[in-house]
Design a protein around this ligand. Structure first.
Ligand SMILES: C[S@@+](CC[C@H](N)C(=O)[O-])C[C@H]1O[C@@H](n2cnc3c(N)ncnc32)[C@H](O)[C@@H]1O
Length: 241
C-alpha cells in the first residue's frame, strides 16, 4: 500500500473508495466538469485557476458524499475551488459555504446562480476573522498562505475552533516527495505524524500510482477530457483529530 494512503482516512478514503464515488456521482460530475470547462473557455486568461482536475473532482465527490451543512473555505483567489465547492452544495440540495480571502476577485467570478443563498464571503485575513468561522463547521478546505507561520496559526487556533472528526483538506503540501522545508506542508505533515493521523494525497509527485489508478477509472467513465491543463496536485485529505 502506498505511504500516502495508509490507513484509509476521512472515513475510508482510498483509490477504491474514490473509484466508487466517481461511479456513484458520474453524471453530476460530468455536468460540473462541462460547466467548469466552459467557464474557463469564456473567461480565458482573466480566470486564474489553482486546483488541478483530480483535486477539484475529489473535492466535489467528497463534499457530495459527506453532505456538509457548514463548509469553510480559506483561500478563494479567483474562485476556482469556490465554484467546485458551491456546485457540490447545489447538487446536494443543502449546505452553506463560508469563504475567506484577503482579496475579493472571487466575488466578481462566482456566477450568481451558483452563489444563490448558499455562500458567505468574508474579505480579510482569516486570522482576524476567526469568530466568523462557525463553531459547528463540518468540512474544512484550506488553500491560503503556504508559509510555516500560517500553518502554525491554523493548527493552534483554527483546528481547535472547529469540531474533531471533520473532513479536512490542505493544498500545496506535496509538490515533491516531501514538503518543502519551512513550508505550510512541513508543519501540517509533522503535526499529523505527531497525532498519528493518516492522510490521503493524489499528488503525482508523492503517489503517482494514485493518479494512474484514477485516470483508468476516468477513462472507463468517459471523463478523461481535461477541464484544465495541470498536473500539479499537492493536496492532502485527512480527518481532523
Ligand atoms: C493559492 S490561492 C487559492 C486558490 C483557490 N483555492 C483556487 O482553487 O483557485 C491562495 C489564496 O489565499 C489567500 N490568503 C493568503 N493568506 C490569507 C489569509 N491569512 N487569510 C485569508 N486568505 C489568505 C490569498 O489572498 C490567495 O488568494
Amino acid at each position: 500500500m502506498s505511504e500516502a494512503i495508509v490507513g484509509g482516512v476521512m472515513g475510508g478514503i482510498s483509490v477504491e473508495s474514490l473509484s466508487e464515488l466517481y461511479v456513484k456521482y458520474e453524471n453530476d460530475l460530468r455536468a460540473v466538469r462541462d460547466a467548469q470547462r466552459e467557464f474557463l473557455r469564456q473567461r480565458g486568461k482573466t480566470m486564474k485557476a489553482q486546483l488541478d482536475d483530480y483535486e477539484a473532482e475529489i473535492t466535489y465527490l467528497l463534499v457530495r458524499e459527506h453532505r456538509p451543512d457548514k463548509l469553510v473555505e480559506i483561500g478563494t483567489f479567483y474562485g476556482w475551488s469556490t465554484m467546485w465547492l458551491l456546485s457540490a452544495l447545489r447538487d446536494n440540495g443543502k449546505g452553506h459555504l463560508y469563504s475567506f480571502d484577503i482579496v475579493d476577485n472571487v466575488v466578481r467570478n462566482v456566477p450568481a446562480e451558483l452563489a444563490a443563498d448558499r455562500w458567505t464571503f468574508t474579505k480579510g485575513d482569516v486570522r482576524e476573522h476567526l469568530s466568523k468561522v462557525p463553531s459547528d463547521t463540518d468540512y474544512l478546505f484550506i488553500d491560503a498562505d503556504h508559509g510555516a507561520r500560517f500553518a502554525r496559526w491554523y493548527v493552534d487556533n483554527l483546528f481547535p475552533a472547529v469540531p474533531n472528526g471533520i473532513p479536512t483538506q490542505v493544498h500545496d503540501v506535496f509538490h515533491g516527495r516531501r514538503p518543502k522545508p519551512l513550508s505550510e506542508g512541513s508543519v501540517v505533515i509533522k503535526w499529523l505524524a505527531e497525532k498519528n493521523v493518516p492522510y490521503f494525497t493524489p499528488s503525482a509527485a508523492k503517489a503517482p500510482e494514485v493518479i494512474e489508478a484514477l485516470a483508468a477509472v476516468k477513462r472507463d467513465l468517459n471523463l478523461a477530457e481535461p477541464v484544465r491543463d495541470s498536473r500539479d496536485n499537492p493536496m492532502i485529505f485527512f480527518t481532523l483529530p
